[in-house]
Design a binder for this molecule. Structure first.
Ligand code: MEV
Length: 328
């Protein structure tokens, strides 16, 4: 067992196409972006499972099934529960009866559609795997991360844990897993954040409700989503940014139709288009959180300022980055 601390990181993700439809077995495309969460872990002699989030300014520990809040809000226990699950799985896999300290430092906005919870879980599992010599494979790290996601989001498809663990660019299907997509050119991608936090679980539940009410209509929206993904894979391989932009707008319209957009998201999408983006759409669960846009390289700065003038915060993102990895 290593006595030093271990640092691991995992990337944020954006879903380019197919969120929500992916929960119903349709394909979706996700890419890892260059914002990461860093998790530092170390062994403790007192058997506590101590967790501190520098970004959320909360800390506390689990011991003998009880949670003790050290600093921050009452909701800390709920926020830390998935991390506790990850830590216990890793302790079990390594057969070690020790305490651990887990310190989280994130560059990823929380509850914004960029997969921050999956990234924290994947980075924690990767760091503890190394620290405790648990020897889990990447596939097993993905499984542990997925278990943690189920606690937070109810019935997630698994796309967030897959991209946080493996990185790159993937086409994902719930029942078949994922295939990497080879993207050989740069995609000028802009992420705009409405600043509105929302819950993935309740948005997924909303889609279920609307599908139960109008099954034929909503199923045909899902079918259209699948066709978009097929064409988008081709466009990504060929580097056709204009086609990608057009497909993004259609995808945004479908997400609007099933009630997961938000006035502020629509406003940022229009702001991006006005500044010359090829296309834009909400990303992730919607209802607030983030939108994305693809633009000609020379217009990226203009698109960013237009989104900011419309009340969002925006940044340009590099895609196709590495998945969960050890940093030290
Ligand atoms: C969340 O990033 C994407 C959703 O499709 C939910 C999921 O696939 O688990 C909304």
């Amino acid at each position: 067992m290593k006595s030093e601390t271990v640092i691991a990181s995992a990337p944020a993700k954006v879903i380019l196409f197919g969120e929500h439809f992916v929960v119903y077995g349709k394909p979706a495309i996700a890419v890892a972006i260059d914002r990461r969460v860093y998790v530092k872990v170390g062994i403790r002699e007192d058997r506590k499972l101590y967790i501190r989030s520098l970004s959320l300014e909360i800390s506390g520990y689990f011991q003998n099934e009880k949670f003790v809040l050290e600093s921050g809000k009452e909701s800390a226990e709920e926020k830390f529960e998935p991390i506790r699950v990850v830590a216990e799985k890793l302790l079990e896999a390594s057969n070690k009866d020790v305490g651990v300290t887990i310190e989280i430092d994130s560059q990823i906005p929380v509850a914004a559609g960029l997969g921050s919870s999956a990234s924290v879980a994947a980075a924690t599992a990767t760091a503890l795997n190394h620290l405790l010599n648990a020897e889990l494979s990447r596939e097993e790290i993905f499984r542990v991360t997925f278990e943690a996601e189920k606690l937070i989001h109810g019935t997630p498809s698994g796309i967030d844990p897959a991209i946080a663990t493996y990185g790159g660019a993937i086409i994902y299907r719930k029942d078949e897993g994922f295939q990497p997509i080879n993207i050989e050119f740069s995609v000028p991608l802009i992420v705009g954040d409405t600043g509105l936090e929302r819950s993935t679980g309740s948005l997924v539940a909303h889609v279920k409700q609307i599908r139960n009410a109008y099954p034929e209509i909503v199923n045909s929206i899902f079918e259209a989503g699948e066709k978009i993904v097929e064409k988008a894979v081709q466009a990504l391989k060929e580097g056709d940014l204009e086609v990608l932009g057009r497909l993004m707008l259609i995808n945004h319209g479908l997400l609007f139709a099933i009630g997961v957009s938000h006035e502020k998201l629509d406003k940022l999408v229009h702001a991006a288009l006005r500044a010359g983006a090829y296309g834009a759409k909400l990303t992730g669960a919607g209802g607030g959180g983030c939108m994305i846009a693809i633009a000609p390289s020379k217009l990226v700065d203009q698109v960013i300022s237009s989104i900011e003038q419309a009340g969002g915060t925006a940044f340009s993102a590099k895609i196709n980055v590495e998945g969960a990895r050890i940093e030290n």
